[in-house]
Design a protein around this ligand. Structure first.
Ligand code: AMP
Length: 132
């Protein structure tokens, strides 16, 4: 058993959940608070604590088995499709239905939480704000 290996660590074995719950797993279990706006049996959505857009929500699979979107796409494409569907529902509810979906994949791409999650950004965005 790997005591503290984060899910992106080379020693991490896919399919074997890390012994440490991620910050998002702690939100799922209500161990830490979040402003939750939507939830079903497989997904949870809540406001990002440090918003980068007028509407900035995170959509997160409840399982922490997948560290990033490529792992999720390979391991459970149906769940990825459900995640995109929830992003659309959130954009319908909190904006005009249009949205930007961002998955940071890897530390040099800005990923800080290695439990796959989508950023749903909307509410009035500039094309020029992409990347940087
Ligand atoms: P990333 O950098 O793509 O891994 O995204 C992680 C996101 O999680 C960042 O935008 C953080 O602001 C957000 N975040 C971290 N902790 C929390 C929290 N406790 N509640 C809500 N959002 C969080």
């Amino acid at each position: 058993m790997i005591a503290h290996a984060p899910s992106h660590h080379p020693a991490y074995t896919k399919g074997m959940s890390s012994s440490e719950p991620s910050i998002f797993s702690k939100i799922v279990s209500r161990e830490i608070p979040a402003n939750i706006v939507m939830e079903n049996d497989r997904l949870i959505a809540f406001w990002d604590i440090a918003p980068k857009a007028p509407v900035h929500l995170l959509v997160v699979p409840k399982t922490q088995e997948y560290a990033n979107v490529a792992e999720l796409a390979a391991g459970d494409p149906q769940l990825l499709a459900e995640l995109v569907g929830m992003a659309q529902e959130l954009a319908n509810e909190h904006a005009n239905g249009e949205f930007r979906l961002v998955f940071n994949s890897g530390a040099t791409a800005g990923q800080t939480v290695f439990h796959v999650h989508a950023h749903v950004l909307t509410g009035g965005l500039d094309e020029g704000s992409l990347g940087g």
